[in-house]
Design a protein around this ligand. Structure first.
Ligand SMILES: [Zn+2]
Length: 244
């Protein structure tokens, strides 16, 4: 009897593990629900993995419209989010506890580059990267050239772009090209996560060894308006920075 209850319990646990979406998945689902409220001329593609086995990009959402291609990176973080446009890492402060996260602007720039590669005939200014946080995240990120917003501002932000720059033929071509490059399946997803973790680990190792993870240059201590920080010796060619 006892063993039966135990097996049942484990089975239920495994089932729930599969059924209950993770924080990240919940955030993506919520953003998806906002995006599908957009008019029909906005075509939404979710969870796009493109690239090779060794170097793949996982893009949370792509919205293809006459007004541009919106590339959206969704973050399910709560609390206070601090960071700079060019900083390698941002800080999440939740109940006084601090955690580091890889700068999502940089992450999203990688996604845009991967898309540009498969859509070489589309001008660069057609791509509009957006980093979208949960509504309960307080964003204290200094940005000038990038869009970092809460989900509640997503629709109005997208609709602010109202000049048609993509023809309907190009729009269809973009959608079919992205769809044909999409790699699907659990294995593809697993490989992507594995490689992304390896990459994060090796850049962490670089930093610990005083090597810039972006260009291989030397990390040096610098002094700015707001105190000391670490930056790359190859500045201004390389804009890597991190907190001192
Ligand atoms: Zn560098």
């Amino acid at each position: 009897m006892g063993i039966l209850v135990f097996i049942l319990f484990i089975g239920l646990f495994i089932l729930l593990w599969y059924l209950i979406p993770s924080k990240g998945e919940m955030a993506e689902l919520r953003v998806h629900n906002v995006l599908i409220e957009l008019p029909e001329e906005y075509h939404v593609i979710d969870n796009v993995i493109i690239g090779s086995n060794n170097y793949s990009s996982q893009i949370d959402h792509i919205v293809v419209s006459p007004y541009g291609i919106f590339v959206i990176e969704t973050k399910g973080y709560k609390g206070w989010i601090y960071g700079g446009e060019n900083a390698q890492y941002w800080t999440q402060n939740i109940f006084g506890k601090k955690y580091q996260l890889y700068n999502p602007i940089l992450q999203n720039q990688g996604h845009v580059k991967a898309l540009m590669k498969i859509l070489p005939s589309i001008p660069n200014d057609c791509f509009i990267p957006i980093v979208c946080f949960n509504n309960d995240a307080s964003i204290f990120v200094k940005v000038q050239n990038h869009i970092v917003i809460n989900r509640r501002k997503l629709k109005t932000t997208i609709k602010r772009y109202n000049t048609p720059i993509i023809s309907s033929e190009d729009k269809e071509w973009i959608i079919s090209t992205i769809t044909s490059h999409m790699r699907v399946g659990k294995e593809v997803e697993k490989t992507h996560v594995f490689n992304a973790r390896n990459k994060a680990r090796s850049s962490y190792k670089d930093i610990n060894n005083g090597i810039c993870p972006r260009c291989g240059g030397q990390i040096v201590k610098r002094y700015g308006k707001y105190g000391s920080f670490y930056g790359c010796r190859n500045y201004p060619n390389c804009k890597f920075t991190m907190q001192g």
